[in-house]
Write a new protein. Sequence first.
Length: 435
Amino acid sequence: MIPRYSRPAMTGIWQPENRFHIWYLIEAHACDAQAKLGVIPAAAAKAVWEKGNLPYTAERIARIDAIEAEVKHDVIAFLTELSEHIGDDSRFVHQGMTSSDVLDTCLAVQLSQAADILLSDIDTLLGALKRRALETKDMVCMGRSHGIHAEPVTMGLKFAGFYAEFRRARERLLAARQDIATCAISGAVGTFANIDPAVEAHVADKLGLSVEPLSTQVIPRDRHAMFFATLGVIASSVERVATEIRHLQRTEVREVEEYFSPGQKGSSAMPHKRNPVLTENLCGLARMVRAYAAPAMENVALWHERDISHSSVERMTGPDATVTLDFALARLAGVIDKLVIYPDAVEKNLNQLGGLIFSQRVLLALTQAGVSREDSYRIVQRNAMRVWAGEGRFLDFLKADADVAARLSDAEIEAIFDMAYHTKHVDTIFARVFG
């Protein structure tokens, strides 16, 4: 979590002020439930709210840290500091609970809060992608496979494809959010021996969580593994878009370019440089988000009802993965929103191979005219290779080829070189994507 790649709303989720406030809410709501059950006095539960519901200022946090330095236990330090405000009634706080009841339920709240921000980020990105897709729906450009010119597509189809991918990302994140938003207030080994299940249900309801069907001392970590794996997949989608932009910005292609702001400089050595620094940055950030998925999966296998090996991992992966992805999604939305497209370069690249992009249509036309597929391929390829060698135009060679002329007229050959043929179903695809 470094400031360079952090945004305030997301980092705020992981600050001590928010964490301790959630811990307090868990304890206070649990006290209310305990009072309703008659386990603790109603006056004590009331005192927890009246005397303990105070902002977690820098002074309070420093006090908790000082206590922890002595007792070497974060939850005990928190409870000790809270008791200093509540007084004698504090003995009823944390009745029948264990530290993980607080820690795991808090983490569920924090990850839910983080997911809400990420969902909003995706919505912003989807809006930018849709706008650019509609703007460029009919802008024919070169489609490439293996980095080599293949057949025409449209620039809008590229954006529409990214839109569809991030719509799937949104659906996955919604599912991951639902899966992670679970509450466990079940005691030392999850048996509710010292606390009634009604307490868990009450706290879950107040915090907008669902009840964990069966916790041990902790919420099962397969939930967390799925959450962080989902973030990793979303980051991979970020990288896919960024990589496409980087390729299209290469000097030899130069169909698109990241917005280059007034006063911006691209190189300390070469004043002419306009580098794709934002999308390069996004590729690096995606690697980091993906990296957090592996330790989350390794956290699933804990000893018996719980060990502490997952704790240190989650103290880093929770903040770092969500903060990094939040920044990456916002940056990508900005890149898409301001992306510069060069239609002249798009057109130039489209015509770069002298018509070879229509080779499959010639192949199919010959087969329809009665030539075997093997012979059709051989006829088309021998003419195509002459174009690759720089000897002339594909259309001219086809017209001069006796085997082609024996099956297709000049008019039929010329009709094959119709760009609109390749875009006739674009509207159908857009209807599928955007409804």
